[in-house]
Design a protein around this ligand. Structure first.
Ligand SMILES: C[S@@+](CC[C@H](N)C(=O)[O-])C[C@H]1O[C@@H](n2cnc3c(N)ncnc32)[C@H](O)[C@@H]1O
Length: 308
């Protein structure tokens, strides 16, 4: 079995996950906003993207600068993972609860709650306060069906946080976990998936993850190292990278019975008429558990941080 990989080189202990306002949440929101303007929403139409990112369309007038700050490869991927989640949710019954793990400045929760879905958005409290300030500045009252649930995934229990917020463990649920897995420790990733799979009704999760450096071609490895150094400088280091096989093993062991995994380039070729790149570093997974949850979750393997 493959091992989970520490995202950092060497034996340095990982730095803790984000404690302040998440700069990567802002970057993802700006990528979706740029996609609305520069790519004319080719993959994802998000009517609130600009507002939640705190910009107007003129922020993207300088196309060369946009391509440097939010390269097409990255902003199309952010749009595509969101599109997959939104399409999958649209296919679920209106009574399905929605849980957005590591929501950042995501607008799906707000839009879905406006349409009457019960939505739970979880994120670090500082980032949630920042989002609430944005709602207040835009004179947007929180929809009654939208709950903002503060959490530190590394310190707090997802079960307790959701229970306190009124989440129903016996009703169908749909989870999104976009742009978050790499920032968490492998134990938290596994515990979260196990919790999701143990919902006592049908459950789906849409997530994305990235592959460890050692399986990437040399040029991609170099770019990934640069990105990881940048993220570490932001105080939001990547802690967990997984091979496709290992991710599938974890999902199956947790009890998911349907797993669809699409790599970056395959996704973008499907959704975009302009994308021509080659990048298999990142994947989007739609995993579902339609059968009864396992009584006792199977052993999900050795998650040591050691390189094989
Ligand atoms: C790259 S952003 C993605 C945000 C959003 N899902 C999106 O796609 O726009 C990562 C998000 O995960 C949250 N996050 C990372 N580690 C966390 C932790 N330990 N506890 C709570 N939230 C965390 C950050 O605050 C941030 O909002």
């Amino acid at each position: 079995m493959d091992h989970a990989h520490s995202a950092s080189d060497g034996d340095r202990p990982p730095r803790l996950a984000v404690k302040g306002v998440s700069r990567t949440a802002l970057a993802a929101a700006l990528a979706r906003a740029a996609h609305q303007v520069v790519d004319r929403a080719e993959i994802l139409r998000d009517t609130l993207a600009l507002e939640f990112a705190g910009v107007t369309a003129s922020a993207f007038d300088d196309l060369d600068r946009v391509d440097v700050l939010f390269p097409p490869e990255a902003r199309l991927f952010v749009a595509a993972r969101q599109r997959i989640a939104e399409d999958a949710l649209a296919a679920r019954s209106p009574t399905t609860q929605v849980v957005i793990l590591g929501a950042g400045l995501d607008t799906l929760g707000y839009r879905a709650a406006q349409r009457g879905r019960r939505v739970f958005e979880l994120d670090h409290p500082v980032t949630q306060r920042w989002k609430l300030d944005r709602f207040a500045a835009a004179e947007r009252p929180l929809p009654p069906d939208l709950r903002l649930v503060p959490i530190d995934f590394e310190q707090d229990t997802l079960a307790d946080a959701l229970a306190r917020a009124g989440f129903d463990r016996t009703a169908p649920a749909f989870f999104t976990w976009l742009g978050v897995v790499p920032y968490l420790t492998i134990d938290t990733v596994v515990d979260t998936l196990r919790f999701v799979a143990e919902q006592r009704a049908p459950v789906d999760i849409v997530l994305d993850y990235s592959e460890p450096l050692h399986v990437l071609p040399e040029d991609r490895r170099t770019r990934m190292r640069e990105l990881m150094t940048f993220l570490e400088g932001l105080g939001e280091p990547w802690l967990t990278l997984l091979t496709r096989r290992h991710m599938a093993e974890i999902l199956r062991a947790c009890g998911f019975d349907t797993i669809q995994d699409a790599a970056h380039t395959d996704l973008l070729r499907k959704y975009s008429t302009t994308y021509t790149g080659e990048n298999y570093d990142s994947h989007v997974v739609v995993a579902s558990r339609s059968k009864r949850p396992l009584e006792h979750t199977a052993n999900v393997g050795d998650h040591s941080r050691t390189e094989p």
